[in-house]
Design a protein around this ligand. Sequence first.
Ligand SMILES: Cc1cc2nc3c(=O)[nH]c(=O)nc-3n(C[C@H](O)[C@H](O)[C@H](O)COP(=O)(O)OP(=O)(O)OC[C@H]3O[C@@H](n4cnc5c(N)ncnc54)[C@H](O)[C@@H]3O)c2cc1C
Length: 388
Amino acid sequence: MDADLIVVGLGAMGAATAYQAARRGLSVIGFDRYAPPHDQGSSHAESRITRLSVGEGPEYVAPVARSHEIWRDLEAATGVELLHQCGSLIVSPSSGSGTDGRWTDFVTATEAVAGPAGVPFHRLSTAEIQSRFPVLLPREGEVFGLEPSGGVVMVERAVSVQLELARELGAVTHTFEPVIDVEPDDTGVTVRTATRSVRAPRVVVTMGPWLDFAPLEDERVLSVTRQVVFWFELDDLEPFTTDNLPTAIWAGDRIEDYLGVFPIAPGTRPALKVLGEQFSETTAADTVDRSVSPEEIADFHERLVAPRLRGVTDRCHHATVCLYTTTPTEDFLIDTDPRSDRIAIVSPCSGHGFKHSAAIGEALAQGAAGEEPTVDLSPFRRDRFSTA
Ligand SMILES: Cc1cc2nc3c(=O)[nH]c(=O)nc-3n(C[C@H](O)[C@H](O)[C@H](O)COP(=O)(O)OP(=O)(O)OC[C@H]3O[C@@H](n4cnc5c(N)ncnc54)[C@H](O)[C@@H]3O)c2cc1C
């Protein structure tokens, strides 16, 4: 064998896995088709929303809570800021109505998870929103919930820090070297690239939006969609910093009305980061249109930003395309390869995986090391989709 563990794809999930395996003393070989952190997959654009009150379901609380602990440990070890707990605000259209996806009645869904998990999550009135966050423009009928312990986690920094530590601990990473085959047999798994072939008893496949590559036919349950992230210039930065503004998940009546708001964290672009969501047009990582047109920018600002935020100009500082890879229920898919339980497969987690990635990587590394995982990943097995 060439290593104890091979990691295919070194983005959010793969970097966490490689780091956690290396710190357990496993020998690790990692491959990536680019050199992470990069802007071609799902782990770029500075920041991600994190919240312990995960309205998507109670099974998501443990991985995000453990990830917060790991990020705080990484910050202490490296001095790099990764987590800003500026609060996480959820806005739903009037209770009971609204979006046709994950955000339907999301304040109520979040409350249902927060209460039993003991996570503080408070409803706020329209007047409280207006006085605490004057740049937000609440609309009639909307309901609000705030989790003070939510906030933003820094994406590229988290990937970098974990990869650097993994390498310091002995992990060997091959960048710009795509894996073209992962083949199990009775004694191990062979991983091939155009120039080499290596073997290990265990392999973790964390290929993000490229997960639909040939040997993994059954993962075609996943669909890839183009999402655009915008940064708009501000009249005054101060009210929009992590000191003064929480993140916002701002749902509307339809999925196209969704707005995500990311306050300005220290060391990031001096502009407000916002995004929407779309699931109607699917794409592929290698063929997606990565350009963002002036019309797309103007439409987004007019439709979603101007009616909801005060002091955000229509001047676009920067825009980028990022990829969601979703399952039919928008839940995670983390399981072994149907051909062999020596191969773990991790989906890019349907547009809400980053905040859980540190703990997912830890659990995968613990599995490879023969340890009991700190966080149980069994709720995310593929059989939940056959019954969905
Ligand atoms: C716009 C946007 C907003 C989001 N917002 C949030 C949020 O607020 N909160 C949250 O928790 N999550 C959020 N997410 C989701 C989160 O970012 C993803 O769940 C997470 O980043 C996925 O990480 P990954 O490691 O699976 O994929 P990636 O980070 O894309 O990593 C996959 C890696 O595999 C490599 N690779 C691919 N093919 C091969 C191959 N053949 N051989 C070797 N390497 C290969 C790629 O180069 C890449 O580096 C968001 C995602 C997007 C796109």
